[in-house]
Design a protein around this ligand. Structure first.
Ligand code: AP5
Ligand code: MG
Ligand code: ZN
Length: 215
């Protein structure tokens, strides 16, 4: 890799950030840093941070900025991030973007654009695995019902994937996160991808774009 590949994946809840991140990790061998996954790990372990975060996550609200900023600062300073990383779910508020710019400069923002009408169905049909595997009962079903293709464990539904919570998450996205597209637009690093297509069509576009970026 000649250049660094410090990228952020943008898009509303259910856009396919986690799904697309997996393909990028595989091709470019850079880590995916998902604040949602990091927070869910804390919740599973029952840490004080996890207990606090769960209250916000279950309502579909953002976890307080200071908490996620601190968590990200620590993670980005790890050695495996020096050549590049994929941010998934961060930054998602102006103060987070400002804090990030004090640590690192992003090379690109990959913005997955999806019609709002598709999002609720994507999220309510999602099934997850503790290994990070992400499936959908209709759009990306596992070979065996509720069993992970990758590791054989049982799939589960996220606590915040109920329809009423999804609607709050979408509202938070519109009010707090979507304005960041304009913020990074000023740096001219936002690239839109049509996310209303098949998973592999989208990934082929994103991977092609990132290969060019890599130079
Ligand atoms: P987080 O985990 O980041 O959730 P999110 O942003 O709501 O996004 P999702 O993970 O729901 O969607 P995704 O885009 O990853 O879609 P996926 O690939 O899974 O955050 C959760 C919570 O943590 C927040 O609400 C907040 O409380 C807290 N939090 C996290 N980060 C924070 C931060 N920075 N600051 C403060 N709080 C924070 O795909 C969705 C489904 O669709 C899957 O079933 C998939 O199989 C399917 N699918 C994917 N692509 C397609 C396609 N092209 N066609 C059909 N189906 C598809
Ligand atoms: Mg995700
Ligand atoms: Zn698994």
């Amino acid at each position: 890799m000649n250049r660094t590949m410090k990228i952020a994946l943008f898009g509303p809840p259910g856009a396919g950030k986690g799904t697309q991140a997996k393909y990028i990790v595989e091709k470019f061998n850079i880590p995916q840093i998902s604040t949602g996954d990091l927070l869910r790990a804390q919740v599973r372990e029952g840490t004080p941070l996890g207990k606090m975060a769960k209250e916000f996550m279950d309502k579909g609200a953002l976890v307080p900025n200071e908490v996620v900023i601190e968590m990200m600062k620590e993670r980005i300073s790890d050695g495996d991030c020096s050549k590049g990383f994929i941010l998934d779910g961060f930054p998602r508020a102006l103060s987070q973007a400002e804090a990030l710019s004090g640590i690192v400069k992003l090379d690109a923002v990959v913005n997955i654009v999806v019609d709002e009408s598709a999002l609720v169905r994507r999220i309510t049909g999602r099934r997850m695995c503790k290994c990070g595997g992400t499936f959908h009962v209709d759009f990306n079903p596992p070979k065996q019902t509720d069993i992970c293709d990758q590791c054989g464990a049982s799939l589960y539904q996220r606590d915040d994937d109920k329809e009423e919570t999804v609607l709050s998450r979408l509202e938070v996205y519109r009010s707090q996160t979507e304005p960041l597209v304009e913020y990074y637009g000023k740096e001219d690093i936002v690239h839109d991808f049509d996310g209303n297509r098949q998973i592999d069509q989208i990934s082929s576009d994103i991977l092609g774009f990132l290969s060019k970026l890599e130079g």
